[in-house]
Ligand binder design. Structure first.
Ligand SMILES: Nc1ncnc2c1ncn2[C@@H]1O[C@H](COP(=O)(O)OP(=O)(O)OP(=O)(O)O)[C@@H](O)[C@H]1O
Ligand SMILES: [Mg+2]
Length: 349
């Protein structure tokens, strides 16, 4: 399914606009603060159920307005989908989703829509700062492409909270051991699945290491959870009142190999800004591969401000690697459009 048309009414600063998209590349061009990211975000909201940078859904509504409407048309061959998202704010915010004019719950509404793969400059920070943000990025990909992963991760996190409560307020030793042994077993079962899937994700990514002349590699640093490790460190867990072993402490590292003469280096520690930007591009291109393999619905690629900080060579590299998918790119550099040979549409904001 490809996005053909989008109409926004009172979405952030975009009061009433209709946009048409190419099946391949659409460039959204305009000066700062005109609403380019907001347009990308509205598409992302329809496809994923959440915006890019909001804490609460009502932040997506134009300030002072009580109703926001997003209308979309998707098509593939003779198949067409019309969908509508309405946010209404009175005392509370009501979200309503319509698929071909029938009201649905979000889960049903989104089932037939393409998955979204997003690049935003903020995601570079997620990739290169704290481990929990990196984990969040990869967990989101895994959860979107594997419902069982999403379920196991939720199970794991809620069981972990319960176990940590026990460590905070210890009960008599005998019943503590009994309760802990129940949670230990349960956590290890969930953790085994989670770790296996994280490992497989890295294996898949490492099958396509190259992007242009760059070669990236990802490593999963697993904090292995076993009953033995949990039992051996119980005293310290009780002192620190937390479970400090397990996939909630996993990390991922991305290495860049420039050529065979130099040593591969960790992009977070040694990478320049443009190398970190390209590392994120590499990650999301692999996210496309993951979705193509697991979801079987062609994703839409949303690239917000990907060109800033990239020189001409790397700008062309980006355009070369996105060719196969419907892609929407925002930029404030109109010259980019003049340099693209392939067929594309331009939306001027
Ligand atoms: N809920 C809202 N209601 C009204 N305006 C909003 C709302 N949320 C954000 N805005 C405004 O929308 C405008 C456009 O923001 P956006 O991030 O889309 O700009 P942009 O075109 O991507 O700019 P840049 O080139 O700087 O990235 C900003 O002025 C912002 O303050
Ligand atoms: Mg922007």
């Amino acid at each position: 399914m490809q996005l053909k048309k989008l109409t926004l009414s009172h979405y952030r600063n975009l009061k009433k606009h209709t946009f048409y998209f190419s099946s391949f590349l659409t460039l959204v061009v305009g000066p700062n603060s005109v609403g380019k990211t907001n347009l990308i975000e509205a598409i992302y909201l329809v496809l994923t159920g959440h915006g890019i940078k909001e804490d609460k859904h009502e932040e997506l509504m134009t300030l002072g307005q009580r109703q926001t409407v997003i209308d979309c048309q998707f098509a593939e061959g003779d198949d067409k989908i019309i969908c509508r998202v309405i946010f209404e704010k009175d005392d509370i915010l009501v979200k309503r989703y319509f698929l071909n004019k029938l009201e649905k719950r979000y889960f049903e509404f989104s089932k037939y829509l393409p998955p979204a793969v997003l690049f935003t400059p903020q995601l570079i920070e997620s990739l290169t700062t704290e481990p929990f943000r990196r984990r969040g990025l990869f967990d989101q990909m895994l959860s979107t492409s594997d419902v069982e992963y999403k379920k196991r991760l939720n199970n794991y996190m809620s069981a972990l909270t319960k176990r940590n409560k026990l460590l905070e307020r210890p009960i008599p030793k005998e019943s503590l051991n009994e309760e802990l042994s129940f949670w230990n077993k349960y956590l290890v079962e969930q953790a085994d699945y989670i770790s296996k899937k994280r490992e497989e994700l890295c294996e898949l990514f490492n099958k396509s290491k190259e992007i242009g002349n760059f070669s990236f590699e990802i490593k999963h640093i697993s904090n292995v959870l076993t009953i033995e490790r949990l039992e051996n460190t119980l005293e310290e867990q009780l002192q620190r009142r937390t479970t400090f072993i397990g996939p909630q402490r996993d990390d991922y590292r991305i290495f860049l190999n420039l050529n065979s003469d130099t040593q591969a280096f960790d992009v977070e520690t040694y990478g320049s800004r443009s190398q970190q930007r390209l590392a994120l591009l590499w990650v999301i291109l692999n996210q496309l591969n993951l979705y193509n393999e697991k979801i079987k619905r062609l994703p839409i690629l949303l690239l917000d401000d990907i060109f800033s900080e990239l020189d001409e060579v790397n700008t062309h590299l980006v355009i070369d690697v996105i060719k196969k998918h419907q892609t929407i790119i925002t930029t404030n550099n109109i010259k980019i459009a003049e340099n693209i040979d392939q067929h594309h549409a331009v939306i001027k904001l």
